[in-house]
Design a protein around this ligand. Structure first.
Ligand SMILES: [Zn+2]
Length: 273
């Protein structure tokens, strides 16, 4: 079967044990559905290592490496050095996911903010974009990012607010700071009118589509395990909200992803030539 358009799932967790039984099939189903690239995201030292190993194992898989705010306790100089080393891999396209999580609140806020800022600086040093996690920490995430943007030279600081959950005012500020907005399965939920209105109001040129698999499964599979093939459902919903074809959303969000995650671009040129 040849898919009529190609998509990139810019955020999933392929190393999680939810995929242990059928990881090969999950990747194959995604590729068959036109999801020709996917970025598996580290949340800790160990999962970052696994993300890179999966990128080596599967042609379609790329990786991001970073320490999630819930794991910020493990941050130290040795972790910084290892992330720097892992990030040198040709298929590591970003530092992430990093950010603040005041919902689970596993690590003191000051510590989360220090580890977030340290990884933003690491990304700038390496010339890589960042994948930002923000859960119930909107004001502090914006503040830390704004300080970083102010202090670090332009061109070396960009990223995505993954699974964006703020309001339109926050989204405008994120766009003004040069960031992209990540859209996930919840946009397909019937009761997600506020999020749908927000996604409809934002420029397609600044959106990325993600699954966050195995989490956040889109309608009509809600309640089951999520997988990268389902990023099509997110793209189709974005298309409906913007009144354009799914193929146009696929084309635009793929360009966006390649613009942000520039280490993807070599691979894409090969594919289209
Ligand atoms: Zn995630």
């Amino acid at each position: 079967m040849r898919a009529e358009f190609h998509l990139i799932d810019t955020h999933l967790h392929l190393d999680f044990d939810a995929f242990d039984a059928d990881r090969d099939e999950v990747v194959a189903r995604a590729v068959a559905a036109g999801v020709t690239k996917m970025i598996t995201i580290g949340i800790s030292r160990e999962t970052s290592r696994r993300a890179v190993a999966l990128a080596e194992q599967y042609e379609a898989v790329y990786a991001a490496v970073g320490i999630h705010p819930n794991e910020a306790d493990e941050w130290d100089e040795a972790v910084r050095a290892e992330l720097r080393e892992l990030a040198a891999h040709p298929k590591v396209v970003a530092i992430g996911e990093i950010g603040l999580d005041y919902y689970w609140d596993r690590v003191p806020h000051e510590r989360q903010q220090a580890v977030f800022r340290a990884q933003l600086d690491l990304a700038a040093e390496l010339g890589l974009p960042v994948v930002i996690h923000d859960r119930e920490a909107h004001a502090d995430v914006l503040r830390v990012v704004r300080e970083w943007v102010t202090e670090v030279p332009a061109g070396e600081r960009k990223g995505v607010f993954h699974c964006f959950s703020g309001d339109e005012e926050m989204a405008r500020q994120a766009l003004d700071l040069g960031f992209f907005i990540g859209v996930d399965g919840p946009v397909t939920f019937k009761n997600a009118r506020r999020l749908q209105a927000l996604v409809a109001a934002l420029p397609l040129e600044r959106l990325l589509v993600e699954t966050d698999a195995p989490f956040l499964t889109p309608h009509p599979y809600r309640g089951k395990r999520n997988e990268p093939a389902y990023v099509r459902l997110v793209a189709e919903k974005v298309a409906a909200l913007h009144g354009v074809s799914p193929a146009e959303v696929a084309r635009t969000t793929t360009q966006n992803a390649v613009r942000l995650f520039s280490k993807l671009s070599g691979a894409l040129e090969q594919e289209t030539s």
